[in-house]
Write a protein that binds this ligand. Sequence first.
Ligand SMILES: [Zn+2]
Length: 229
Amino acid sequence: MNITYKIKRSRKRIKTISLQISDKSESVTIAAPYFTPVDEINRFVWEKQHWIKKTLHKHKEEASKEKAPEYESGEMFYYLGQSYPLKVFFDPLETAGVFFWNNCFYLNTQENKKLKKHYFISWYTKRAREYLGGRVDFFSKALKLHSGNVKVTSAEKRWGSCSAYNNLSFSFRLIMTPPDIIDYVIVHELMHIIEKNHSPKFWYRVNDVIPEYKTQRRWLRDNHHKFIL
Ligand SMILES: [Zn+2]
């Protein structure tokens, strides 16, 4: 593989050649002392090629994860924290929509991206209603915290919320994340029934139920971009 790179020759007193790949980009920059021969720079890049290739590959992967899916066969979709491949087909005699079977997503649909997205959202929403409903019941009973209605929404910015009347809303996207993340979000919203803020007292109560809650918070911050539809 050919590696293309930019050379930045410096008149400043740098003594060694160094290498930079900016975050999430695919451009390689070599900083070198002003009079470094090209041969030497090429050799330097050659020696570092494995690392460069690995890093470029990683950046490419990360970039592709942030893109909304095309809903084509071979793409991966999340469900309860695991990702599974999609197979798209069209059989007008069968029910249209998403099916999950044997660790694989199947989508029976006409070729229409909007429609495909709609089928996925409705599948996720259904699963979220069942699964989150069960977990909310479980924690409500265990913590003796009783909410109003529980709704599954298509909120993009928030995983969950608790209204002034203690109605809980959860984004259908939550069903794509691992069970421990779902439990954390549910406990978080249930705790808002008694604490309508994020005061130390609030976190103290969350901590009482989920002592490792900081791990889940960090995970949500670092991974939210993976769940774009
Ligand atoms: Zn909150």
